[in-house]
Design a protein around this ligand. Sequence first.
Ligand SMILES: Cc1ncc(COP(=O)(O)O)c(C=O)c1O
Length: 459
Amino acid sequence: MIDLDIITDKELLEKDAKYCSFGDTVHYAKEPKVFHNCEGSYMYDSKDVPYLDLQMYFSAANFGYKNKRIIDAVIDQMNTLPQITPKYVHKYKVLLSEKLCKACEARFHEEGRVNFNVGGAQAVEDAIKLVRKATKRNSFFAFQGGYHGKTVATTALSSNFKYRENYGHYGDRAYFIPFPYCFRCPYDKKCDSCDFYCVKHFEKQFDSEYKGLIDPSTNETEFKAFIGEPVLGTGGYINAPQGYFKELKKVLDKYGIMFVDDEIQMGFYRTGKLWSIENYDVVPDVITFAKSLTNGMNPLSGFWAKEKYINPEQFPPGSAHSTFCSNPIGVRAGYEVMSMIEEENFDETIPEKGKYFLEGLQMLKAKHKSIGDVGGLGLALRAELVEEDGISPNKTLCAKVLAEGLKGDLVYNGKKCGLILHNGGFYKNIITFVPNLYITREEINMAIDLLDELLTRCE
Ligand SMILES: Cc1ncc(COP(=O)(O)O)c(C=O)c1O
């Protein structure tokens, strides 16, 4: 028998290679990394080397690893009501729903309700059902570069063809429109002079039935909903320019198209607001959320919808449900997260920290020609790595920087450490920065210094 306390990384990797499916993302890497511990902004390997984490569980642990307040709440829940069949009422499910609805009402002046489930993709699937019931149409618009999950229904809304290539999809594949990715404008325009050409181009598709979207004699459209992330997550932390969503929403409203705002990655203050769409002053019809709702302590997810779409007549009992849909541990963690949000001043601290981090990235851009563009919103930041010409995506360099960071042989203040980064974007050449929202200035300085060292090493 192996002593589980002293099982080596090598033994674990051998067992992983033999017993674990390669169907998840672990084996994207030739040599998968093993971690044993985490705390605050750091992950620790078997030698206790700290790795500053700038991807934070793909934005599922916004409030820091082992956040004591959330852990204590979860432990308390474990000791009181850890299990309950979802057909019964329990305290924190109701109180968390109230908090989420009141938060949405305060921001959007709209009454609504929330529906829980587990996993982001499942929340999107439930939202699809609500939309289909409300609109009596199946088809969605979605963004090129958007990601909404990998279940067989959500792959129809996530733009990447690879996700459908071998597995197909249920339901109607979305009509994908270009995201306003200004550094690489899909229409070769310049952001300061384009006057939202992309939105105008989208609207032009509604001027004749031969373009496949509308019957002008009845004004009936085949597509009745648009799902989008205000800041592309998997798509590379690309934020739409100010004003974009207001323009887009005018078109959606004109043709009676619902807007589903996917906040699964950008929600819970990642961009300096509870919901990233608040940065654009637009009111969505539906909001999907997951990940940091529980600070990554439980897969609880859900969606909020305006009352007119989710009232009990419209979305009756049994419409969307699973055994673990409002599991008591998840809703308790979520209640604690929402309480922290109410008590703290994230509206000020995140934009301040984001500005400081971005200034560091701008400094690096001035120093390293391999950085073509930096940007982002709040603490959802990015750096695009490019070739000598300043524009061609440099995916190879990006992969190298990520792998070097994971070696754990960087040095900061005389101590060995590593740097955990993630890549994203259409060309996988963007480093996406997703730090702990409690990251300190000292840790931001560390992040910039370590990045500087990594880029110098890899260029
Ligand atoms: C915007 C967005 N929507 C949906 C999902 C799917 O969530 P999950 O991985 O929990 O199924 C993700 C996951 O990264 C996401 O970023």
